[in-house]
Design a protein around this ligand. Structure first.
Ligand code: ADP
Ligand code: MG
Length: 376
């Protein structure tokens, strides 16, 4: 094979492990909206980095700035040690797959894929044809090359959009919520393919989504964005187990973390949380004075039963049987609802009153106003 590289031909000097992409203090304002807020970010060469955040958090603005379609008001985009701010999008050699696919409807799939190369006028027709075929086969759309986009399914159209990006052989890839319009099954299938593509190409992928389930399953590293800032970054498991604040805690995890408002009361050997009829003892957490807080506990850390030492009681208002586990929806005092994940064999009934116990070392306490983490 022509493009095969043997291991001995790669030396450490040629492939140093450095941040491939660095964003320094990037700000962008649209009128009254501060879309990005002095954002700092480092992405390793060859990494599959997922940026996840709610709609409006600045993800698309960020990608457009990296790709060169939008100019930042402030800050630097640095690729392989070189400041990119003044480079045009074409000179950046970045492939971007957009949220909105927008294929050329009057062109065949073949033309849609080859278009980017043809405008460069660097390659012969035969060469372009071969590359289109190779890419189409890799994306399993070899049989669609003569069709027009109007006849494609959502998943097929997305493959064409990826192919169109691949053909110019970019040095790294930006994906802006590429699977938003597909249904859940297809979404996971395409995500797996994008991951496989990353494995084969060994290039940097920055993948943006508001869907943290995708983020959890795809990433070796996740960055959580909100209001134009990166709130937390790390391995998904680390973020799940160790969320920095209430927003990250609630946003990251399916089903979401249970949040219960209440009061924390100092005691001799720790503190006591009181809220929604629960009394939760927190050993080793000393709080100087009574304070309004929010308790957070993951559904998997809520124990439900009839013969346990309880923190309080709840009434079962809904049960989802999922085969390998059950989701139990419980109503506590003051109409507070929480979810517990229970083993598949436990049998509960609707309207049943049950004891609830929160796993003690799995309880978080957040500041009620600011959302900062107070404990642990
Ligand atoms: P996301 O992709 O995370 O949903 P965006 O980057 O699209 O977020 O938007 C971030 C914020 O900037 C939003 O409040 C949005 O309304 C605003 N915004 C983005 N692009 C423009 C624009 N071209 N003109 C005005 N406001 C914009
Ligand atoms: Mg967006």
């Amino acid at each position: 094979m022509a493009f095969e590289v043997t291991e001995s031909s790669l030396s450490v000097e040629e492939y140093p492990f450095v941040p491939g992409l660095v964003l320094k203090n990037i700000s962008k304002r649209y009128g009254d909206v501060q879309a990005l807020h002095g954002l700092n970010l480092e992405i390793q060469d060859g990494e599959f980095c997922v940026i996840v955040g709610p709609s409006g958090s600045g993800k698309t603005t960020l990608l457009n700035i990296i790709a060169g379609f939008t100019k930042p008001d402030d800050g630097e985009v640095i690729v392989d040690g070189r400041v990119y701010n003044r480079l045009s999008p074409r000179d950046r050699n970045i492939g971007m797959v957009f949220q909105d696919i927008a294929l050329f409807s009057h062109m065949t799939v073949r033309k849609n894929i080859s278009f980017g190369l043809e405008v460069q006028k660097k390659n012969s027709t035969v060469d372009i044809d071969n590359r289109v075929k190779k890419i189409a086969d890799r994306l399993k759309i070899g049989n669609l090359l003569d069709k027009k986009p109007g006849l494609l399914s959502g998943g097929e159209a997305q493959r064409v959009a990826i192919g169109r990006t691949l053909i110019t052989d970019p040095s790294f890839f930006l994906f802006d919520e590429p699977l938003g319009n597909l249904d859940a099954d297809l979404r996971m299938e395409m995500l797996t393919e994008i991951k496989r593509l990353h494995l084969n190409l060994k290039k940097t992928f920055v993948y943006v989504t508001h869907d943290q389930e995708q983020a959890l399953s795809a990433a070796s590293r996740v960055m959580i964005m909100k209001d134009g800032k990166v709130l937390q970054k790390g391995h998904p498991r680390e973020i799940y187990n160790n969320p920095g604040d209430r927003f990250v805690a609630e946003f990251f995890g399916v089903p979401s973390m249970n949040l219960i408002d209440g009061t924390i009361i100092p005691e001799d050997d720790g503190s006591l949380f009181k809220g929604a009829g629960l009394r939760v003892k927190l050993q080793g957490y000393s709080q100087p004075k009574e304070a309004e807080v929010t308790l957070g506990v993951r559904p998997a850390d809520v124990i439900v039963g009839s013969r346990i030492t309880e923190d309080g009681f709840g009434t079962i208002n809904s049960i989802e049987l999922l085969g390998d586990k059950n989701h139990i929806y419980l109503t506590l005092d003051h109409e507070q609802t929480i979810i517990a994940i229970t083993p598949p064999k436990t049998t509960f009934e609707l309207e049943q009153k049950v004891r609830i116990k929160l796993k003690e070392n799995k309880v978080f306490i957040f500041d009620r106003d600011q959302g900062g983490r107070l404990h642990p």
